[in-house]
Design a protein around this ligand. Structure first.
Ligand SMILES: Cc1ncc(COP(=O)(O)O)c(C=O)c1O
Length: 372
């Protein structure tokens, strides 16, 4: 019998390392404290849940393929033109649409050393070449990015703030980046965590998109809006970019329940402010308390903290991870981001944060041997 030869994916596809999401479960039936995916500890606004449930009566219908009501609600909140907004099934889809429209074989796209890994996958999936710019102090470095530009560069992806570091670039630096890039290079500002940033020198990307013809900002409903399960994101783009993305996206790429929940969620800004206020208080408290324990905590503008563990003597990130699992606490391993000695912790409810603090206090003080 001759061996069957099945279809073979395009060159390079099977070399792509799949994205590994944050762990969400542990063996056993007891509940876990899941702080591994930067989800909102408050969940969505009750108004969004109500709208989602009401959408159940229309499941046989196709949604509005242009997601007009959602684009109008976003436009109203931020004072934008709805014609410049494109929605997607999570910002992941929007980032991939951008890569499909602007990258192909022979092109290069730049992202920074510890940048969000979806960029690398999106670039490789189009047969383009990822180019990695070194960071300074775990922060994107504008000069290093500009130094990586070549005649083949088509796109620069930058998360601001970045995941998993939580560090951000001020508006002045983002303007300097844009000004230093050629006109034909698309700058993609991924502002998934924008709602959490309280720094005065921060700008989410709206200004740069509005004042240039080659910048896109992406946003998500998965983080502060608490709708990760629904998959909803959007981009604010120049008209030409919106036109390109609209030509290639699925005709009904955002579901009706997601559109309905998104509109209702945007109307409840008090819910969002409460989540941001809680985050601000607890991010500060946790950073301080964890630093006192002897961990190095990267200063974060987002809803998570990158915790660097000492190497050796029983206090490593691996050992901390195992220790926390025994206490039903899940943080995020970040070795694939170049941080084998760190864990990323999402800011949770007060109870969840206190549970992490208690566990890591025991771990760091030497009562940390795993109960095997
Ligand atoms: C920087 C960044 N961009 C985009 C996303 C993707 O979010 P979405 O759920 O909208 O696809 C994430 C999620 O972790 C993220 O951290």
């Amino acid at each position: 019998m001759s061996a069957k030869r099945g279809p073979i994916p395009r060159q390079g596809i099977l070399d792509i390392a799949p994205y590994v999401p944050g762990k969400s479960a542990l063996p056993g039936a007891h509940p876990v404290i899941k702080l591994s995916s930067n989800e909102s500890p408050f969940g969505p606004s009750p108004r969004a849940v109500e709208a989602y449930l009401a959408a159940a009566s229309s499941l046989s219908r196709y949604p509005d393929g242009s997601a007009r009501s959602l684009r109008e609600a976003i436009a109203k909140l931020y004072g934008l033109d709805p014609g410049h907004i494109v929605c997607g099934a999570g910002s992941d889809e929007v980032l991939n649409l951008i890569a499909s429209a602007y990258l192909g074989s022979g092109d290069e796209a730049i992202y920074s050393e510890h940048g969000f890994l979806v960029y690398k996958i999106a670039i490789l999936a189009r047969g383009a070449t990822p180019v990695v710019a070194p960071e300074k102090d775990l922060t994107a470095d504008v000069d290093a990015i500009l130094a990586k530009v070549s005649p083949k560069t088509r796109v620069v992806f930058i998360a601001n703030p970045n995941n998993p570091t939580g560090t951000y670039l001020p508006f002045d630096e983002m303007k300097r980046l844009r000004a230093g890039l050629r006109d034909d290079i698309l700058l993609v500002i991924d502002s998934a965590y924008a709602e959490y940033v309280r720094a005065n020198d921060y700008e989410a990307g709206i200004e740069l998109v509005a004042t240039t013809h080659n910048t896109v900002m992406t946003r998500t409903f998965s983080k502060i809006y608490g709708l990760a399960y629904l998959r909803l994101g959007w981009a604010y783009c120049p008209a030409e970019v919106a036109d390109a993305l609209n030509r290639i996206r699925g005709p009904f790429n955002v579901s009706g329940p997601a559109i309905a929940a998104g509109v209702a969620a945007l109307e409840d800004q008090a819910w969002i402010r409460r989540a941001a206020d809680h985050n601000e208080v607890w991010r500060g408290r946790m950073a301080e308390a964890l630093t006192r324990l002897g961990l190095r905590v990267t200063p974060s503008a987002a809803n998570f903290l990158l915790l660097h563990f000492p190497t050796g003597n029983g206090r490593s990130a691996d050992e901390a991870d195992a220790f926390l699992h025994e206490r039903r606490i899940i943080l995020r391993r970040v070795a694939e981001y170049g941080f084998p000695d760190a864990l990323r912790m999402t800011i949770g409810t007060e109870d969840d944060n206190r549970a992490v603090l208690e566990a890591l206090t025991a771990f760091m003080s030497g009562k940390g041997t795993a109960r095997k």
